[in-house]
Design a protein around this ligand. Structure first.
Ligand code: ZN
Length: 205
């Protein structure tokens, strides 16, 4: 059986990847969606993803890695991530022989009532798209969504990762362009979470 891992390069999805690599015998296909939008986070995420994938392949075990892109740079609004991920996951699941599971790095603590129903909607959207493909006999009979880090707190997620790997992750949604490339904004929600967790655990993040 193969598990498709939807991978963003952030703390949560890196913790999910490490758990799947170390605690399961599953064959993994790790997939990153390069999301180009007005937030301008695509390059920072891409750099993080490449370093993390290389690190994990060397330190844990080999796995298949692929990526695809969605370019929304011409839009004034920020497109909805969960729709984009459901759409891409469907295409990649069909493209993965023996794919019976899709893993996403969602944390229960990040889900309020609205987002909880969003994650149900995400599965429903996927299922509808997948049915269309199944009618053409594409893909496996059934595909299940799994949430390997769902029950963990942010602090548990951060502690699960070796410091070296933790340092490679990227969370900021609105990186600031500098002459040397880019830096974190320090004010978006994920930046604030990282700072809180780092302070609580007395680690650098
Ligand atoms: Zn930020």
């Amino acid at each position: 059986m193969t598990t498709l891992v939807m991978f963003s390069g952030g703390l949560d999805s890196t913790a999910m990847l490490v758990k799947l690599l170390t605690e399961t015998p599953d064959e993994l296909r790790v997939h990153h969606v390069t999301m180009v939008n007005r937030e301008g986070r695509a390059q920072a995420e891409q750099d993080a993803v490449e370093s993390i994938v290389a690190w994990c392949k060397t330190r844990y075990r080999p796995f298949r890695y692929s990526e695809s892109g969605l370019d929304f740079s011409g839009l004034a609004t920020i497109p909805i991530d969960f729709l984009s991920i459901a759409y891409v996951a469907c295409q990649v699941a069909i493209d993965t022989p023996g794919c019976a599971r899709i893993a996403v790095g969602t944390l229960a603590r990040d889900l309020d009532e609205v987002k909880r129903s969003v994650s149900k909607t995400q599965r429903r959207i996927f299922e509808t798209m997948y049915e269309v493909y199944r009618a053409r006999k594409a893909g496996e009979e059934r595909v299940e969504w799994v949430y390997p880090v769902y029950q963990l707190s942010k602090a548990q997620v951060a502690s699960l990762l070796p410091a070296e790997l933790r340092a490679l992750t990227w969370s900021c949604r609105r990186p600031v362009v500098t002459s040397a490339g880019y830096r974190i904004c320090g004010t978006c929600k994920p930046c604030r979470f990282r700072r809180e967790v780092a302070a609580a655990l007395q680690i650098s993040l």
